[in-house]
Ligand binder design. Structure first.
Ligand SMILES: Nc1ncnc2c1ncn2[C@@H]1O[C@H](COP(=O)(O)OP(=O)(O)OP(=O)(O)O)[C@@H](O)[C@H]1O
Ligand SMILES: [Mg+2]
Length: 229
């Protein structure tokens, strides 16, 4: 790890906030629209349903949508020595959408880095078995920053069956290996096998209990068991 990381008090503060979290899973795909957010939300709901202490953090500042998928409504974090995330269906949930007030987030470059760091620094997760991170698409500054701030995360790569997604995943895997980041595994979404295309998914957005009854959730449960979750 870069020695500068240890000297930055904010990064130490992030690590302090994550001290009680056993496993951090970054749901990534390095390609847009492959199902990262749907997988991150339903994965968190499935783990919470098993009785695991679970958190979910939407780190896609420019395209946060987990609040819609989970049906956040009027819930808001409580301020108690930081921000205590509200709980949806057993999942502690944090998102930049709390602060964006239904507007597009038009941050760029360093501003995104600062905002990610701020959210990670203020959020009080306490003890968790799993923290799921919904990663931004691509392999740009934001994704690299998150990996730099949370080097202990394990990356779950979501891809679609197509050759384009496969090509990008192969490059991403090599880049992650160079950065010494643990790769938990790969998940095929909208595929014939693995996690299949499911018409009922869109209809169940906003209703966590309905999401857990979808074929998507059933497929995901089976596939994550294969990855040891
Ligand atoms: N297995 C599936 N069956 C049917 N629709 C799906 C499936 N997986 C994802 N979708 C749909 O694909 C679209 C993109 O999904 P989602 O937002 O989860 O992807 P994403 O990778 O997070 O996108 P982004 O890169 O924009 O963050 C959504 O409309 C979602 O409903
Ligand atoms: Mg997304």
């Amino acid at each position: 790890m870069d020695i500068k990381l240890n000297l930055d008090p904010k990064i130490s503060a992030v690590q302090g906030r994550l001290a009680g979290v056993k496993r951090i899973i970054a749901v990534s795909g390095f390609k847009g629209g492959v199902g990262k957010s749907s997988v991150a939300c339903v994965l968190a709901l499935l783990l919470a349903e098993r009785g695991k202490k679970t958190g979910l953090m939407d780190l896609d500042f420019n395209g946060a949508c987990d609040d819609i998928i989970l049906g956040l409504g009027a819930r808001f974090p409580q301020e108690i020595e930081g921000l205590e995330p509200p709980v949806i269906n057993g999942v502690k949930f944090m998102t930049p959408a709390f602060f964006a007030r239904n507007k597009a987030v038009n941050l760029r470059g360093e501003e995104i880095t600062s905002a990610i760091l701020e959210l990670l620094t203020v959020t009080r997760w306490q003890q968790l078995d799993y923290l799921i991170l919904d990663m931004p698409p691509g392999f740009g500054d934001a994704a690299l920053d998150i990996i730099r701030f949370i080097p202990q995360c394990e990356v779950l790569l979501v891809r679609t069956p197509g050759a384009l997604s496969q090509n990008i995943i192969a490059k991403a895997e090599a880049a992650l290996r160079d950065l010494c980041v643990k790769i938990l595994g790969e998940l095929q979404n909208m595929a014939r096998a693995a996690v299949r295309y499911d018409d009922s998914l869109e209809v169940a957005y906003g209703k966590p209990r309905e999401l857990l009854k979808t074929q998507f959730a059933e497929d995901l449960e089976r596939e994550i068991k294969k990855l040891g979750l």
